[in-house]
Ligand binder design. Structure first.
Ligand SMILES: Cc1cc2nc3c(=O)[nH]c(=O)nc-3n(C[C@H](O)[C@H](O)[C@H](O)COP(=O)(O)OP(=O)(O)OC[C@H]3O[C@@H](n4cnc5c(N)ncnc54)[C@H](O)[C@@H]3O)c2cc1C
Length: 235
């Protein structure tokens, strides 16, 4: 999706009806909204979500759409601490039938092609990958295990773990859970050795994690065109 398409999408605001929320793992919650028939996105993209049921500062924030288009629902997942922002407090107050708005979908963070791909998630950066992996399962044509997910979380608080393990059993993807960057780099090395410059690399997570993995890939002569990144800025 190009820049001009993104600009058009930013101005396309639609109301979403809240359905339900639930806890995904320690401190992480998912919020589900109705998906209108004409709303679609490429797995991995994000939207701009706005709180409308009360006046708050910073009422609009970006969130990856964690559901796949085929799931027919809009799902966002976020970490909520004991002292959440006004935005997250407002999310927690939503009752079924209440509305928020969404602009988008936005961004180019989606799989490009059928190349062997390494997906590298840091913490909450798993959200766009959930959408991508779920969509791959629905499409059902990528059963050759050439897609590998490295999921790094220093707290070992892996969001969607049960679901991801099930997806891995269904042979769509290989998943390795990691709790330190020290263990991440050898895994990246293995993928580089195996696929050389045929591999594609997708990185999502907090800025420091994304920048450090990006630097590592560049130092290993991975061409820029083979790398996509999604910085979940704001943490
Ligand atoms: C393209 C894109 C996609 C994104 N996708 C997602 C997504 O899928 N899920 C998601 O959660 N976010 C996502 N974000 C980030 C999101 O937009 C918010 O910025 C982020 O969730 C922080 O939200 P907050 O400031 O409302 O709240 P809070 O998380 O409540 O944070 C409030 C303040 O407290 C600080 N804080 C929070 N927790 C701690 C802690 N444990 N220790 C110290 N300080 C803390 C924060 O730095 C912040 O300043 C995305 C951002 C971008 C740009």
């Amino acid at each position: 999706m190009g820049f001009f398409q993104d600009m058009k999408s930013v101005f396309t605001k639609r109301e979403l009806v809240f359905l339900e929320s639930y806890k995904e793992s320690d401190g992480a919650f998912s919020f589900l909204f109705e998906k209108e028939n004409d709303l679609t996105w490429e797995a991995g993209q994000h939207g701009l979500f706005t709180i409308t049921h009360k006046k708050i500062k910073n009422a609009t924030k970006p969130f990856s759409v964690a559901s796949a288009p085929a799931e027919n629902v809009i799902k966002i997942t976020t970490r909520i601490s004991d002292q959440p922002s006004d935005f997250k407090q407002a999310l927690l107050e939503l009752k079924p039938g209440m509305k928020i708005t969404m602009s988008g979908p936005l961004g180019s963070f989606h799989l490009n092609d059928d190349s062997p791909s390494l997906l590298i998630a840091g913490g909450i950066g798993i959200t766009p990958f959930r959408s991508i992996i779920k969509q791959l399962e629905v499409e059902g044509n990528r059963d050759d295990k050439q897609i590998k997910l490295l999921y790094l979380d220093s707290q070992k608080s892996y969001i969607y773990k049960e679901e991801l393990d099930e997806l891995a059993n269904n042979a769509t993807i290989c998943i390795t859970y990691l709790d330190s960057r020290e263990h991440l780099l050898p895994e990246i090395d293995m993928f580089i050795d195996q696929y050389k410059s045929n591999g594609k690399y997708y990185i999502a997570g907090p800025k420091s994690m994304v920048e450090s993995v990006l630097g590592y890939l560049k130092n290993n002569s991975i061409p820029k065109k083979n790398i996509k990144k999604d910085v979940l800025a704001g943490y």
